[in-house]
Design a protein around this ligand. Structure first.
Ligand SMILES: Nc1ncnc2c1ncn2[C@@H]1O[C@H](COP(=O)(O)OP(=O)(O)O)[C@@H](O)[C@H]1O
Ligand SMILES: [Mg+2]
Length: 338
């Protein structure tokens, strides 16, 4: 899929620092029928100034992980264990005031139905100004309007028209682009994008990913893009983390992940995406069902669907091993490179 030059270029061994370090994170939903563990002892480092794709099927825990980073896990969910370090500060220990500052100023989020968050009774300009002033008071209203215009241009919207519009006067794709501009208003260093285009048509999706790539190119903002569509990750991201049953089973740079996937689930995900392999006949659904997250865990979370499952896999949970720089995988079949 990649040329030799591209592979060499990708593997020059540059050590990318992480901007966010998630350690041993557990998130539980306390339901009437029992406790559902949506995120299970998850470790994850988010590479700074890069776009990382978080890929996994529906229910694998992408939204829960993304919301945990902003401490917005919805009821009856609770973060029950772990730490999330940002600039050596644990987000899970921030005071309410510090948390308000962290949200929007350091990290902003755009999610699937984000456009529904726009206030129907205010113009876009009023909403930009209100959002800015809720966090910072250093700009005058006309300066905030000028900043808003710049950000709207970045998402290829006409500021003159859009700023005076009400949300109902815009299409879904336009509103989602407004939300991306909104997320940038306090110039955060991290942008979390949770299935930002899933509700939109394919053409609009592509258009929005191009816009995001343009923003990344000019700002080098760190992005975490969660999606169930591995083809989106292949087109857009520098790194890929594969999530399954509440943990990250494999992570690495995009070239490694697509050229040398190690985890059986990653391999199956790649095979199941015909637009990636170019072989439409080869499309294979991954057999079996996702794990029941309310049951006690034993062994590898993927064991019951894994074509290579052995007795050990049913009994012992595999630890993450590093197979090459920045490439980690949790599978008993994979041996550590000394
Ligand atoms: N508010 C909630 N109440 C109960 N269970 C939830 C809630 N939100 C998520 N879950 C459960 O947590 C698991 C992970 O969900 P989610 O993070 O939404 O996955 P994804 O975003 O990958 O589709 C799923 O089993 C889901 O049913
Ligand atoms: Mg989700």
């Amino acid at each position: 899929m990649f040329t030799q030059e591209e592979l060499i270029e990708a593997n020059t061994g540059e050590d990318i620092p992480s901007i966010l370090k998630v350690k041993d994170l557990c998130v539980d939903f306390f339901l009437p029928g029992g406790v559902l563990r949506a995120v299970n002892h998850l470790d994850f480092n988010l590479p700074a100034k890069r776009i990382t794709g978080l890929v996994g099927e529906s229910g694998s825990g992408k939204t829960t992980l993304t919301s945990a980073i902003l401490r917005t896990v919805s009821n009856p969910g609770k973060i029950t264990q772990g730490s999330i370090l940002f600039e050596d500060k644990d987000i899970l220990k921030l005071t309410d005031k510090e948390l308000r500052e962290f949200r929007w100023r350091d990290t902003a989020m755009v999610f699937q139905a984000a456009q529904n968050c726009l206030n129907p009774s205010m113009t876009i300009k009023e909403q930009f100004i209100e959002t800015y002033l809720a966090h910072k008071k250093d700009l005058r209203v006309d300066e905030i309007a000028a900043l808003s215009s710049k950000l709207l241009k970045e998402v290829r919207l006409e500021p003159e028209r859009v700023l005076k519009s009400f949300p109902h006067e815009m299409s879904g794709g336009m509103k989602q682009r407004v939300m991306i501009a909104f997320a940038r208003i306090l110039n955060p260093s991290i942008l979390l994008l949770d299935e930002p285009t899933t509700a939109l048509d394919v053409i609009t999706q592509d258009y929005i990913f191009n816009i995001l790539l343009g923003i990344h190119e000019s700002t080098k903002m760190t992005m975490l893009l969660s999606t169930h569509d591995i083809a989106v990750v292949a087109k857009t991201c520098d790194y890929m983390a594969v999530m399954y049953g509440g943990t990250i089973v494999e992570m690495g740079d995009i070239y490694e992940m697509f050229e040398f996937p190690e985890h059986p689930y990653t391999k199956l995900l790649i095979q199941a995406a015909p637009s990636l392999t170019g072989d439409l006949k080869a499309r294979t659904a991954i057999p079996g069902n996702p794990p029941n997250l309310m049951e006690a865990r034993k062994g590898c979370i993927f064991a019951n669907r894994c074509p290579y499952c052995e007795e050990k896999c049913r009994q012992i949970e595999p630890e993450a091993v590093t197979v090459s720089q920045g490439h980690t995988v949790s599978c008993h079949r994979v041996k550590k490179v000394e």
